[in-house]
Design a protein around this ligand. Structure first.
Ligand code: ZN
Length: 433
């Protein structure tokens, strides 16, 4: 049995898409132990991979106990799982992307229709010819997938000539990109980042089509929708580029602990005062307010007028002592390193989130009394110089080993956040004025 919190985190991290074939599964998704329970595998997030019914059956049949051999080793499963979680997290962020001007997708999309999609571009490796099943004997094939922030409804004609009725697939979220060799070469640098893709949608036909549908690519463009200064309509008190802001107030030490998620916006404004800046995204009923303190920039996101996320970014050269739930000792942003954060919980794990302009390492941990958990995020964002006055951090990432080359004890945390347990990495504008 999976503990409720592990189940919730795993299902939210995969967006209810299978981590092997990437089809959207909805309620038909199953959680699999990467190291079998019989071998002492724990029921933790680290040992969990969400799979569709078919892939679960495949993985189960080919474990080491089965005479036919080892189709999926734990290491491979973990790699599939991690890449899927990363792609979904990348796409989820785009839901509140400050730079986004993309028109919404139509309610209904038909086969052969040409459209522009925004999403997160990732690659996955699968066993290819001749048998399409074994990593040891088959040629490895790499597929490019586009994960969308939200699913769409796809209507297409059946490949069976006798079937006149259209087929409707209600939740298409992961698109398998069809590219020419030239396109692969040109766009390789955009992998693991936000992109706009224009192309035609087609249904998956053969078993080695992955995801929910195919996208025949006409045009692909990098889009820094997330890691970019927020330009949205500001309705704030005197905060414009020609006004010099010299804040002197220090950030309240108990801010994160004090700001309960779901608190009404009116109460926050009453407590913290008039924000320095306000962003409004009317189509999503989403607001964000900014408070600029001497030592930090605080961003509070409201969904339907209640707190959905609180993000604190450290100003370069400053420190901020703060309290969080379940910790008696305060911590100090500006001294806290990723190595410190990794000791905070048994499931603490370092994730790498690459971007076109800014990359980051982060750890997400559930905190709080049982039943009332929130996610706490600790991030080290390596941003370019135009990031304003965000605390500078630097690190190197080892793509082969899948871990940082820089020791986590040498990497400062430069932002922290509190979000709902089911939320993914919170978006924020790293640009500190
Ligand atoms: Zn599957």
């Amino acid at each position: 049995m999976w503990p409720a919190d592990v189940k919730e985190q795993a299902l939210s991290a995969c967006g209810r898409c299978c981590c092997i074939c990437h089809r959207f599964c909805g309620t038909n998704i199953e959680l699999h132990h990467i190291e079998p329970e019989a071998d002492g595998g724990a029921s933790t997030l680290e040992n969990c991979i969400p799979l569709c019914f078919d892939c679960h059956a495949d993985v189960g049949h080919y474990n080491d106990r089965h005479p036919k051999g080892t189709k999926y080793r734990p290491g491979e499963l973990r790699q599939h799982r991690d890449r899927s979680f990363l792609a979904v997290a990348g796409a989820e962020r785009l839901r509140h992307a400050p730079q986004d001007q993309t028109p919404a997708l139509p309610d209904e999309i038909y086969d052969g229709q040409s459209l522009q999609f925004k999403g997160y571009l990732s690659s996955q490796t699968f066993a290819g010819a001749p048998n399409y099943e074994d990593f040891r004997t088959d040629r490895l094939e790499t597929y490019w997938l586009l994960t969308l922030p939200q699913p769409f409804r796809f209507t297409y004609r059946s490949a069976e000539p006798t079937q006149a009725e259209s087929i409707v697939k209600p939740d298409v979220r992961v698109l398998h990109l069809i590219l020419t060799p030239d396109q692969y070469a040109t766009h390789r640098g955009k992998l693991n980042g936000d992109v706009y893709v224009t192309g035609k949608v087609w249904p998956c036909i053969t078993g080695h089509h992955r995801g929910d549908a195919l996208l025949e690519v006409d045009d692909l463009q990098g889009a820094d929708l997330y890691f970019a200064p927020p330009p949205i309509t500001d309705t704030a008190s005197g905060d414009s580029d020609d006004v010099l802001i010299v804040p002197t107030k220090k950030t309240p030490r108990n801010l994160i602990k004090f700001l309960d998620l779901e608190t009404p916006k009116a109460k926050i404004l009453e407590t913290l005062g008039t924000p320095d800046r306000v962003q409004h995204v009317p189509t999503m009923n989403y607001d964000r307010v900014f408070y600029r303190y001497k030592d930090t920039q605080v961003e509070i996101g409201f969904e339907n007028e209640t707190v959905a996320e609180v993000i604190v970014l450290l100003v370069d050269g400053e420190t901020w002592r703060f309290d969080i739930e379940t910790r008696d000792q305060p911590m100090t942003l500006g001294q806290l390193t990723l190595a410190d954060v990794l000791t905070l919980g048994p499931d603490a794990r370092l994730d790498y989130s690459p971007g076109n302009h800014a990359s980051q390492l982060l750890v997400g941990l559930p905190f709080g009394p049982s039943g009332g958990w929130d996610m706490h995020w600790f991030g080290a964002l390596r941003a370019p110089s135009k990031a304003g006055r965000l605390q500078h951090v630097d690190f190197a990432w080892d793509y082969v080993a899948g871990k940082p080359k820089t020791s986590p004890s040498d990497i400062l945390v430069n932002w922290i956040a509190k979000t709902r347990l089911s939320a993914s990495v919170p978006p924020f504008g790293w640009h500190i004025k």
